[in-house]
Ligand binder design. Structure first.
Ligand SMILES: Nc1ncnc2c1ncn2[C@@H]1O[C@H](COP(=O)(O)OP(=O)(O)OP(=O)(O)O)[C@@H](O)[C@H]1O
Ligand SMILES: Cc1ncc(C[n+]2csc(CCOP(=O)(O)O)c2C)c(N)n1
Ligand SMILES: [Mg+2]
Ligand SMILES: [Mg+2]
Ligand SMILES: [Mg+2]
Length: 325
């Protein structure tokens, strides 16, 4: 199929969001946002780095990249609206495989009510998929990492480590037909960005948020550094799924602290707002757990400490996933 028939094939018949004035079909898309702040982010997905033929079908590739972008919108407290896709695809990929990538994109786009408004298609040597997402947040209400305050409680949504456990099952060929195995693989391939939870939080004051893409050890350090405060975590309070609990304890620890790709939200909130946050979690059917607290302790500021058993806190280095050249 040539580039132009391909674009015709993936074009949405209509746009769900009325802010979109012009989508696919001109030199650029146009959207209007009169009263809110526009929020934008971009993420890239590369064969051999973010997925392989062993870990994902083309459908999951599309689903997973948009999940990561939606999660960044959630981490800013924003309502996601539209996205653009730039794809470099080797000629070894069939038309059908390419369509499957777009079916994955369209499936999660429908769930989260976002519209595909443009992109770019290029034939090249290696598969690279880049998605830019646009959203909006009530003026001045974006959730910044530096908004963490001393004495805040630290919370996390969902459970951690599932995605890394699913990945390890796929890479080590340990796939079985058990419910647990399927659950973990599904969490790796089709994560759940916490957009409803983040949007339901709109009326709460002073929340800092970060989404967990590299591993909580990294994102907790980002919060500590951005706010110039000290984060204390209790490892035993970090929620894990029943499926992950079946792994050896060493793997559980590694997956939940530095596995990454869970796309859960890590955040902080004043203790006085905790009950309201519990209501938010209930309304959005999202699991919510307190896993630590924040202190202002001059020489320890910018760092994260974690305790496993007893009262002893050790330094938690940012040892999540890092791209290196
Ligand atoms: N190549 C780049 N050029 C310009 N800005 C960049 C580049 N790479 C990252 N950034 C910016 O740096 C900041 C941190 O990016 P990072 O990718 O670590 O955040 P993230 O998207 O939340 O995490 P992740 O990509 O691991 O999910 C963001 O503001 C991002 O836009
Ligand atoms: C085949 C294969 N090997 C390794 C991994 C693990 N992995 C890749 S990127 C990343 C962090 C998030 O990326 P980014 O920071 O770019 O959003 C992680 C944990 C994988 N998913 N697939
Ligand atoms: Mg990024
Ligand atoms: Mg992020
Ligand atoms: Mg990263």
């Amino acid at each position: 199929m040539d580039e132009f028939s391909f674009i015709e094939a993936i074009k949405q018949p209509f746009y769900r969001n009325q802010q979109i004035i012009r989508g696919i079909g001109d030199d650029a898309a146009v959207f209007r946002e009169p009263y809110r702040d526009v929020v934008t982010a971009v993420d890239t997905f590369v064969e051999g780095v973010h997925f392989s033929r062993k870990t994902m079908e083309p459908f999951h590739v599309g689903y997973r990249i948009l999940a990561a972008n939606l999660s960044d919108m959630a981490a800013m407290g924003a309502e996601p609206i539209s996205y653009l896709v730039a794809i470099v695809v080797p000629s070894s990929w069939s038309d059908n495989e390419l369509k499957e990538v777009y079916r994955g994109l369209a499936t999660i786009a429908k769930k989260y009510k976002v519209d595909l408004i443009g992109g770019d298609t290029v034939i090249g040597a290696q598969f690279v998929l880049t998605v830019t997402i646009n959203g909006a947040v009530e003026r001045g209400k974006a959730r910044y990492r530096h908004q963490m305050q001393a004495n805040d409680l630290i919370f996390v949504t969902g459970t951690l480590g599932d995605s890394a456990a699913g990945l390890s099952i796929l890479l080590d060929n340990k796939r079985t037909n058990s419910v647990e195995t399927s659950y973990l693989i599904n969490r790796h391939r089709m994560p759940t960005p916490r957009v409803p939870f983040a949007r339901e939080m709109a009326r709460l004051r002073c929340v800092a948020l970060n989404d967990i893409s590299d591993g909580i050890s990294s994102e907790a350090n980002e919060l500590a550094q951005a706010s110039g405060l000290t984060v204390y975590l209790d490892e035993n309070q970090i929620p894990i799924s029943k499926a992950l609990a079946q792994f050896p304890i060493g793997d559980q620890q590694m997956f939940k602290l530095s596995g990454g790709e869970d796309f859960e939200l890590l955040g902080s909130i004043a203790p006085s707002e905790w009950d309201k946050l519990k209501e938010v979690a209930q309304k959005s059917a999202t699991q919510l757990t307190q896993i630590g607290f924040v202190k202002d302790e001059s020489e320890r500021n910018g760092k994260v400490f974690i305790k496993s058993d007893g009262d002893y806190y050790r330094l938690l280095e940012p040892n999540g996933y890092v791209h290196r050249s």
